[in-house]
Design a protein around this ligand. Structure first.
Ligand SMILES: [Zn+2]
Length: 73
């Protein structure tokens, strides 16, 4: 398996998904349904606890700014 494959799939050698931001090995095996996971963001992927907290704040801010702009214009 090439480095490129590892990068695209974000899976550890023993089958656990990696955090798409920091590549931390998460507790979820690849075959675990995303609906039964925590810290999974649609269209982004599996995150670790730490990155999820950060991403949630960022997404919240972006949504807030977008709503603000939508209302403004
Ligand atoms: Zn992470």
């Amino acid at each position: 398996m090439s480095d490129k494959d590892n990068l695209e799939k974000f899976v550890s050698k023993n089958g656990f998904d990696l955090c798409v931001l920091c590549k931390f090995v998460t507790e979820y095996k690849t075959e675990v349904n995303i609906e039964s996971r925590e810290y999974y963001i649609d269209g982004v992927g599996q995150l670790c606890n730490t990155c999820y907290s950060t991403a949630e704040e960022t997404l919240f801010e972006q949504n807030f700014i977008k709503k603000y702009l939508d209302n403004f214009f």
